[in-house]
Design a protein around this ligand. Structure first.
Ligand SMILES: [Zn+2]
Length: 407
């Protein structure tokens, strides 16, 4: 391996180069995969918030499909292409996955434009950028941004798209750099690559960009999130923004169809539904309270005398939460002993008794679930358990009734 070798980065001069000839200058394994460094490459390695390019490398003169490039890593002047399989020979042809690269160029250039827009419209400066698989984010050094602020910055950014401004890149030395109105100071020294959106933004950046702001197509802020002293702004550009628009349209269409209304009336329809739901829940609560009172009264009327106590041992088929409310209501009756079984997929047992009764509901429940092949337990005044089947529920209730007679 020649350690003085560096990889010439073809995308610095031409970010639209999709296919190129190169020679392999070094080989190694990266995480058990073969990797090659080239004398020149159009593949962008992960860095500056922008993910790596994918594509293929193939031996020169070979027409079949190349070896997939699954990761691209910059290390000490070399650009390493991590491969899906071994690649023979030294003379290769590289080919980018162009749709992935163009998407990255749209998001990245859109970020420059949006960051400058936030700076101009609101004095909010970008402190970090991340280009994600589905959306991108910038972190702004402001926390008090409202919807109007976001709309204002977005309007400035999209006007720059409408202007169709050229985007160019050039290297500057430190002296020449003093004349460039950089949005923020560079993180590196020496020769600095400056990406210029004509008459609008100057950024130190080694990434790939579209040649004209018109090719960003559209910039849409889709969310914000407070993060300590900063605001994280999530945004979509280009093809992602169009796909996002299509998703929102499909969502709106689905809602419009369900509510049989128009997009304009959608919020009114949703508010009406929410208000109806609230009123229904209130009404249901009142009905349920009345139902609990009358159900408890009916059960009490059928209660069996058991010495100075009255026993209610019953299997019901309403939901367990309602059964609990009925059991609670019955506890208030004098001398009440209550064994309620709730039938269903997971049969439940609720045992309780009045405060004036001295029996131990927990002990009785353990006896019952043991007879029914289930599990459970609880306090002397309230216990719960479960058994496998409705038939076991009857067995458990019978066992508890027998045990009460002996208690
Ligand atoms: Zn950039």
């Amino acid at each position: 391996m020649n350690l003085n070798q560096t990889t010439a980065r073809l995308y610095y001069q031409d970010s639209y180069l999709r296919e190129f000839d190169a020679r392999i200058v070094a080989r190694q394994n990266v995480a058990d995969r073969p990797a090659v460094a080239l004398d020149r490459t159009a593949f962008y390695p992960t860095g500056g918030g922008q993910p790596y390019d994918t594509g293929t490398l193939r031996p020169r003169g070979v027409t079949e499909k190349g070896i997939p490039v699954v990761d691209v890593i910059a290390d000490d002047g070399l650009v390493w292409h991590v491969l899906g399989a071994a690649l023979p020979g030294d003379a290769v042809v590289g080919a980018l996955d162009w749709s992935r690269r163009l998407d990255h160029m749209q998001q990245h250039t859109g970020q420059h434009v949006l960051s400058q827009a936030f700076s101009q419209a609101l004095g909010a400066e970008t402190v970090a950028f991340h280009l994600g698989a589905a959306s991108s984010t910038i972190d702004l050094n402001r926390v008090d941004l409202g919807p109007e602020d976001l709309a204002a910055a977005e309007a400035v950014a999209n006007a720059v798209i409408d202007d169709a401004r050229p985007v160019t890149a050039a290297f500057y030395d430190q002296t020449a750099l003093d004349q460039v109105p950089l949005r923020k100071p560079p993180k590196v020294t020496g020769q600095i690559r400056v990406v210029q959106v004509a008459g609008y933004d100057w950024s130190a950046c080694g990434g790939t960009h579209v040649a004209n702001t018109a090719q960003i197509g559209l910039i849409k802020v889709v969310g914000t999130e407070r993060r300590g002293p900063e605001t994280r702004v999530t945004f979509l550009c280009g093809g992602r923004a169009r796909a996002g628009y299509a998703r929102l349209t499909a969502l709106a269409d689905g809602l419009v169809a369900r509510f049989t209304t128009s997009q304009d009336e959608l919020l009114v329809a949703v508010d009406r539904l929410l208000a109806e739901g609230k009123a229904l829940r209130r009404e249901l609560g009142e009905l349920e309270a009345a139902w609990v009172v009358s159900t408890a009264s009916a059960l009490w009327a059928d209660a069996r005398p058991a010495g100075d106590r009255r026993l209610i041992a019953v299997a019901v088929d309403y939901p367990v939460e309602r059964a609990k409310r009925v059991a609670q209501a019955l506890r208030a009756r004098p001398g009440a002993v209550i064994f309620v079984g709730v039938k269903g997929e997971r049969p439940q047992l609720i045992f309780t008794r009045g405060d004036d009764v001295s029996i131990n509901a927990g002990d009785l429940l353990r006896t019952a679930v043991a007879a029914g092949g289930g599990r459970g337990g609880g306090r002397p005044d309230w216990a719960q358990g479960g058994v496998p089947t409705d038939a076991a529920l009857d067995v458990a209730l019978a066992a508890a009734t027998r045990a009460l007679g002996e208690a």
